[in-house]
Design a protein around this ligand. Structure first.
Ligand SMILES: Cc1cc2nc3c(=O)[nH]c(=O)nc-3n(C[C@H](O)[C@H](O)[C@H](O)COP(=O)(O)O)c2cc1C
Length: 331
C-alpha cells in the first residue's frame, strides 16, 4: 500500500514522470500492466496555466486513466499555484512539483533542480500550491544540488520543512543535480531520510530496472514506495513482474514474441493517435531500442524497425521479425 494524502494505492510503486516518454500511450500501457498511478512528463507551469495550452489533447488526462498525476516546473509561486489549480480543474488527481530536473536550460532559468539551492523559494511554492488545490501535492527532489555540505543542508531543510507541513509525499532521486545520471543512486541517503522523517511518505528513485532489485530496495531502505522510470521504457512487463515479486510469487514467464509484438504495436498505435503518422514513427524509435532488448535477434530487429519511415513500413518490419499471426488482429 502507498498513501499519497487521500490517494491510496494498493501497491508501493508508481510510474515516473518521464519527459518525452510518459504520454497517454505509455501511461495507458503502464496501467494495463499494473501500475496503480502514472505521471505526465514535466510541464512548464507558465504553459500549463494558459487556457489555450490546456485545451491541447496532449496536456489533458484521459477519462480511462485515473488516477494520473501532473508534474510542474517553475520558480514563481503564483504561476506554479495557477498551473496546479488549472491542472486539477482539467482532471489531474495529484500535483507533483519538480525540484529535480538537471537539464542545463532548466538550471539556467533557475528552475527545477536549481531551486534545491533556495529552500525559501521551494517552501513558498509549496505553500501557494497547497492552498490552491485540494488534491494531493507531492515534490520530486534530488539529494542536493551538488555534493557540498551546504547543498546537503539545503536538501535536509526542504525535507524537514515539507515534512513539518505534512506534504503528501516526497519522491527523492538518489543523486545530486550535478551528478545528472552518472554513478550509482545513493540509496543509503534515502534510507537515512526515511529513518529520520518516518511519518513522511518517501518514494525512492534511482536505478530501478528489475523487480528483484526493486523489492530489495524497498525492504532495505525501508521506504514507502518506489518510482519506476527508465526501467519501464519499452518494458511495461516490469509492473506485472513487480506485483508478482511483492507477493513472493515466481516471476511471470518472459513474454513470447507474439506478446511482445502485441504490446509494441499497441503502443505504436497509441502514439499514432497522438502524433501524425510520419512523426509517430520517428518519435517511437526511442522506445524501439528498449523493446528490441527482449528479442533474440535484437540488433537486426532494431536495425529493421528504425529504418521504417512510415506506418506501413513499420508494421511490415514488425510482421517480418515478430511473426504475422496476431498483427492483423491488433490493427
Ligand atoms: C528520459 C527521461 C525523462 C525524465 N523526465 C522526468 C520528468 O519529466 N520529471 C521528473 O521528475 N523526472 C524525470 N526523469 C527522472 C526519472 O523520473 C527518475 O527519477 C530517474 O530516471 C531515476 O530513476 P531510474 O534510474 O530508475 O531511471 C526523467 C528521466 C529520464 C531518463
Amino acid at each position: 500500500m502507498l498513501k499519497l494524502g487521500n490517494l491510496i494505492l494498493n501497491v508501493p510503486f508508481v510510474q515516473a514522470p518521464l519527459s518525452g516518454y510518459s504520454d497517454y500511450a505509455m501511461r495507458r500501457l503502464a496501467l494495463d500492466f499494473g501500475a496503480p498511478l502514472t505521471f505526465s512528463g514535466v510541464m512548464l507551469a507558465k504553459s500549463a496555466s494558459h487556457p489555450k495550452v490546456l485545451r491541447k489533447p496532449a496536456f489533458r488526462p484521459h477519462e480511462d486513466e485515473h488516477p494520473v498525476g501532473a508534474q510542474i516546473l517553475g520558480a514563481e509561486p503564483a504561476t506554479m499555484a495557477k498551473a496546479a489549480r488549472a491542472l486539477q480543474d482539467i482532471g489531474y488527481d495529484i500535483i507533483d512539483l519538480n525540484f529535480a530536473c538537471p537539464a542545463p536550460k532548466v538550471l539556467r532559468r533557475q528552475r527545477g533542480g536549481y531551486l534545491l539551492n533556495e529552500p525559501e523559494t521551494v517552501m513558498q511554492i509549496y505553500d501557494r500550491v497547497r492552498e490552491a488545490v485540494t488534491c494531493p501535492v507531492t515534490m520530486k527532489l534530488r539529494t542536493g544540488f551538488d555534493s557540498s555540505p551546504q547543498s546537503y543542508d539545503n536538501f535536509h531543510r526542504i525535507v524537514a520543512e515539507t515534512s513539518e507541513r505534512n506534504i503528501d509525499a516526497l519522491t527523492i532521486h538518489g543523486r545530486t543535480v550535478m551528478q545528472k545520471f552518472t554513478g550509482e543512486a545513493d540509496w543509503d541517503t534515502l534510507a537515512e531520510i526515511k529513518n529520520r522523517f518516518s511519518k513522511t511518505t518517501i518514494i525512492g528513485s534511482g536505478d530501478l530496472f528489475d523487480p528483484q532489485t526493486i523489492v530489495h530496495r524497498l525492504e532495505t531502505a525501508n521506504i514507502d514506495g518506489v518510482l519506476i522510470a527508465r526501467g519501464a521504457v519499452g518494458n511495461p512487463w516490469i509492473y506485472e513482474g513487480l506485483r508478482a515479486a511483492l507477493k513472493g510469487e515466481p516471476a511471470p514467464p518472459r513474454p513470447s514474441l507474439a506478446e511482445q509484438a502485441e504490446v509494441i504495436v499497441k503502443h505504436f498505435k497509441g502514439i499514432c493517435q497522438l502524433h501524425e503518422p510520419t512523426r509517430a514513427v520517428k518519435y517511437f524509435r526511442k522506445f524501439i531500442v528498449q523493446y528490441c532488448r527482449l528479442h533474440p535477434r535484437r540488433r537486426q530487429v532494431h536495425r529493421a524497425l528504425i529504418a521504417a519511415n512510415d506506418e506501413i513500413q513499420f508494421l511490415a518490419a514488425m510482421e517480418e521479425w515478430y511473426g504475422n499471426e496476431m498483427l492483423s488482429e491488433v490493427s
